[in-house]
Design a protein around this ligand. Structure first.
Ligand SMILES: Cc1cc2nc3c(=O)[nH]c(=O)nc-3n(C[C@H](O)[C@H](O)[C@H](O)COP(=O)(O)O)c2cc1C
Length: 271
């Protein structure tokens, strides 16, 4: 992988494609990458590469796409975190290869995608993404959507990150002085459903505790979409740490400090 933080900074959701589809060689490269993909939870995420026309697939927010990829996982503990991590890994690879993507968890005909993905009873398919080369110009629909969710803005360090416990915000200066700026920036700039940025991190020495701040409307009977967002954050943080030659190790060991209402513990990286 090139310079990961630059890839994070140059990624954006792409909803308008050039109408030409993907070079077979690129598609094969992505398929092999998807086959070998793992995550710290060791939960298999199955990827299905789908031809849009052959499967009658489309989305009301996407134009000019010829291909989709869907991601499927068994309904097990930590499925969402593993799912967010693994799908983000694949979508960042696509970005590195010059392809545009966008996580779609709502604005697609779900049943058609589930059928095309051969979804089993014990499986869930929370999201899909189109894959292709971005159009030179965004569709009007896409520009309006980006404005609607303020897609180009993110919360500040001190709103998302904390030192020791939730009472002490972590600012950019602290992040810089403690060599954590790019690691936290990689989380801050990650994509999330409706750009809600539900991830919260409490840094305590060589530990980064990840939490999920719940918003209303993201819990379905089968999965929690915002937990997938935190899985995305875990991936971005880990890869940036690895680029800095650190050795982040994931564990689930709830810390003892007080956690505010509406916030749930997810996992800890020790680095
Ligand atoms: C789990 C998840 C689900 C999403 N679902 C949708 C969706 O259904 N439709 C859509 O247009 N964008 C969807 N998005 C994209 C977000 O709106 C987008 O990531 C966010 O606005 C930030 O913009 P950016 O990705 O360009 O940085 C989703 C993103 C995530 C992570």
């Amino acid at each position: 992988m090139g310079n990961f933080i630059d890839l994070v900074k140059t990624r954006r959701s792409v909803r308008s494609f050039d109408g030409n589809g993907i070079e077979p060689q690129l598609l094969n490269e992505l398929k092999s990458y998807a086959e070998e993909s793992t995550n710290p939870y060791d939960i298999k995420v199955r990827f299905e590469f789908l031809d849009a026309a052959a499967n009658g697939l489309s989305s009301p927010v996407i134009t000019g796409e010829k291909n989709y990829v869907s991601a499927v996982v068994s309904k097990v503990d930590h499925a969402e975190e593993a799912y967010g991590y693994s799908f983000q890994k694949l979508l960042m690879k696509a970005h590195e290869l010059g392809l545009g993507t966008v996580w779609l968890g709502g604005t697609m005909p779900r049943e058609k995608f589930e059928k095309a993905s051969d979804l089993k009873n014990d499986e869930i398919m929370p999201c899909v993404s189109p894959l292709g080369v971005a159009a030179k110009k965004m569709s009007i629909k896409e520009s309006l959507m980006r404005k609607g969710v303020k897609a180009d803005s993110r919360m500040k360090f001190e709103e998302l990150f904390f030192v020791g416990d939730f009472s002490k915000p972590l600012d950019e200066r602290y992040a810089n002085e403690n060599g954590l700026f790019d690691d936290l920036e990689a989380v801050r700039l990650a994509p999330s459903a409706v750009n809600k940025q539900p991830w919260r991190i409490v840094v305590d020495g060589k530990k980064a505790h990840f939490f999920e701040k719940h918003d209303k409307g993201y819990l379905t009977p089968s999965y929690d979409l915002q937990k997938i967002d935190v899985g995305i954050a875990l991936y971005n943080f880990e890869v940036q740490m690895l680029e800095e030659c650190r050795t982040p190790v994931l564990s689930v060991e709830k810390p003892s400090f007080k956690v505010p209402e509406g916030i749930d513990y997810i996992a800890t990286y020790t680095f």
